[in-house]
Design a protein around this ligand. Structure first.
Ligand SMILES: CC(C)(COP(=O)(O)OP(=O)(O)OC[C@H]1O[C@@H](n2cnc3c(N)ncnc32)[C@H](O)[C@@H]1OP(=O)(O)O)[C@@H](O)C(=O)NCCC(=O)NCCS
Length: 198
């Protein structure tokens, strides 16, 4: 409410918005990767992985089209600007190739909890790349986002992803039975989580 003493009430306006924790964008370099901000020019690179049936096998969705990939990138870049979630494009340092993406999303600010996600081109699976990328990404969650915990939701048969979470120090917290309908059948979800070390 505005009055003559305090002036206009900006409670709902940008005057009291907290700065985005993703500004400036935390570009990260690891031994083999550069993790950089997404742009709308990443449609082709993301489409290559997201359209591969091997990549989406445990993600409960159909392979992406260029159009759905573009829509996702628009949402992702918008959420990044709003400070709602963050996604990195994974670039192979040696070749400059776009090899995957990783994100922290589903941010519940009240509970200081969010979810991790990642995918990688199948030609690069099993080389430890996602574990390498996620190690500094978790630090962004603890340090910039001030998270208290992070979770990973995984299809029970997604052994590679479960192994990544275990290597990162996540522990199994729950196993939901047939809690998701993938359009054809019901599937379960395993939830792994990790508490902030800070
Ligand atoms: C899951 C995924 C991200 C893993 O990436 P990655 O870079 O290959 O992971 P890493 O190499 O760091 O680690 C994978 C681990 O799982 C193991 N692994 C992978 N597939 C496996 C399988 N089918 N059975 C048993 N172990 C397997 C690897 O041996 C490795 O473990 P180790 O280091 O102890 O040997 C990648 O396979 C992927 O993009 N999958 C499709 C998308 C997806 O499922 N995303 C996760 C959604 S929750």
């Amino acid at each position: 409410m505005a009055d003559l003493v305090t002036g206009p009430d900006h409670t709902d306006s940008m005057f009291f918005m907290t700065p985005s924790p993703f500004e400036p964008f935390p570009t990260i370099e690891t031994a083999r990767l550069v993790l950089r901000a997404p742009t709308l020019d990443d449609v082709e690179g993301m489409f290559l992985a997201a359209s591969d049936p091997r990549v989406v096998k445990y993600l409960g969705r159909a392979p992406a089209t260029r159009e759905t990939t573009r829509e996702k990138l628009v949402k992702v870049t918008d959420a990044l600007v709003r400070g709602a979630s963050i996604l990195w494009i994974l670039i192979d340092r040696a070749s400059g190739a776009h090899v995957g993406s990783a994100c922290i999303w589903n941010w519940n600010e009240g509970d200081c909890r969010a979810e991790v996600g990642y995918d990688l081109a199948p030609s690069r699976w099993g080389q430890g790349l996602v574990t390498e990328a996620m190690t500094p990404i978790l630090r962004v969650g603890w340090e910039r986002m001030k998270l208290h915990s992070l979770e990973g939701q995984v299809h029970p048969d997604n052994v590679g992803s479960i192994r990544v979470l275990e290597k990162l120090g996540f522990v199994k917290e729950a196993h939901f039975l047939e809690n998701r309908f993938n359009g054809t059948s019901f599937e379960g979800t395993v939830v792994y989580s990790k508490l902030s070390p800070l």
